[in-house]
Design a protein around this ligand. Structure first.
Ligand SMILES: Cc1ncc(COP(=O)(O)O)c(C=O)c1O
Length: 380
């Protein structure tokens, strides 16, 4: 259905043919009533994914562009921010905040662990007064998921704002900004939203009114917000075909239902973890901090990442390697968005044969059997 290669990286992810078809049209005029309506509907369909009744900003750019816009909204120069680090992408938050003139304190969880209310409270106690707490909901580098609800509770007790990177979690895991008191969340189009890369999305808690900083042409917040009200308030040209594709993907998500989608992600992730454990492969993320969208696992002794990548691709499946300090030590399987059990079955089968080819002793079928059993147990 998706061509020769099954793409199971933690972004970009597989895209439904309906979404591909939406891309494959002449561009709409961005100030036309037709596009304005499509754009408005897209923003409305994004709101439940973030659990906000507030404003959503959609810009052309990758997840990092959305991060920069979100950081500009959440932090003023001279303010103090606490970044809770659970992997590679916390470094982006740190650098972004520092470059915007904020003073940053870092708190790093032991590898594989995440932050919950208690750990966030302890981190806040060590950091002293902060204006902002920033973290990933899922750090794609380690596949650690933080308990954002608990962290927000701890931050609110201190009166700090909360900013969340949901690049690897939005539409694959619950986010309830208004209910949990999360102020600013950002994501990109290419992960659990199952749309090609190229759109950055920033969501604001209901009632949050961002002030303008006046130090950027592109990230002009009032002008972007005016364009979100109507694309006829032209400021920058929207990525019209990508917006059309996202609109279609959001319709698919709505047809599945968000609750069903989150349950499916959880079930698939549990089954993938069971498969890897059955193959005696160690996982990076520890319970209860495993992400439902991606699983990072240590390469078995003697198995080198470039050879595993090649062996998997030769079997039609593409997975990802490690980032930063974990490069060459781990591999990562993305299981978010439209990725379903059939593709994961193919991936685990390919993994078993690839590992055996590379000299790691594997009982063929043991991972698959564990995967199947766990899925069945969960009603899939
Ligand atoms: C958690 C997280 N944050 C930020 C980013 C950066 O997004 P992008 O590569 O789209 O700029 C990524 C990319 O994988 C990510 O996984």
């Amino acid at each position: 259905m998706y061509g020769q290669r099954i793409l199971l990286t933690p972004g970009p992810t597989l895209v439904d043919p309906r979404v591909l078809n939406a891309l494959n049209t002449q561009p709409l005029n961005h100030v036309s009533p037709e596009f304005n309506q499509l754009h408005g509907e897209t923003l409305e369909m994004l709101k439940p994914i973030f659990g906000t009744r507030g404003q959503v900003i959609l810009i052309p750019g990758s997840g990092t562009s959305a991060m920069e816009l979100a950081l500009r909204i959440a932090c003023r120069p001279g303010q103090r921010a606490l970044v809770l680090k659970t992997g590679y992408f916390a470094g982006y938050l740190q650098r972004g905040l520092e470059r915007l003139g904020c003073n940053v304190a870092m708190e790093e969880a032991p590898l594989g662990e995440g932050f919950d209310e208690k750990k966030a409270q302890e981190a806040l106690d060590r950091a002293g007064d902060v204006d902002l707490v920033a973290l990933q909901q899922v750090d794609t580098g380690t596949s650690v998921a933080n308990d954002v609800r608990g962290v927000a509770k701890a931050a609110k007790r201190r009166g700090a704002m909360v900013l969340v990177d949901a690049v690897a979690s939005a539409a694959g895991m619950e986010m309830s900004m208004d209910q949990w008191g999360v102020d600013v969340v950002f994501t990109g189009s290419q992960k659990a939203l199952a749309t090609p890369p190229g759109l950055g999305i920033v969501a604001l808690r209901e009632g949050l009114e961002p002030a303008e900083r006046g130090d950027s042409l592109y990230f002009d917040i009032p002008l972007l917000l005016r364009e979100m009200e109507s694309t006829q308030n032209y400021f920058i040209t929207p990525a019209v075909n990508l917006v059309k594709a996202l609109h279609e993907s959001l319709r698919i998500i709505r047809e599945e239902g968000l609750g069903n989608r989150y349950r499916r992600h959880e079930a698939q992730a549990k089954a993938v973890r069971a498969a890897l454990r059955a193959l005696e492969i160690d996982l990076v993320a520890k319970e209860p901090f495993n992400a439902p969208t991606v699983t990072a696992a240590y390469l078995p002794q003697g198995v080198e990442w470039p050879r595993l990548y090649k062996a998997m691709v030769s079997r039609g499946v593409e997975i990802a390697g490690g980032l930063g300090e974990l490069k060459g030590r781990i591999f990562r399987i993305g299981h978010m968005g439209q990725v379903d059990a059939s593709e994961l079955v193919a991936a685990i089968a390919a993994l078993e044969r690839s590992l055996r080819e590379l000299g790691y002793s594997v009982e063929l079928g043991s991972g698959l059997s564990a995967f199947q059993a766990l899925l069945w147990e969960q009603g899939y």
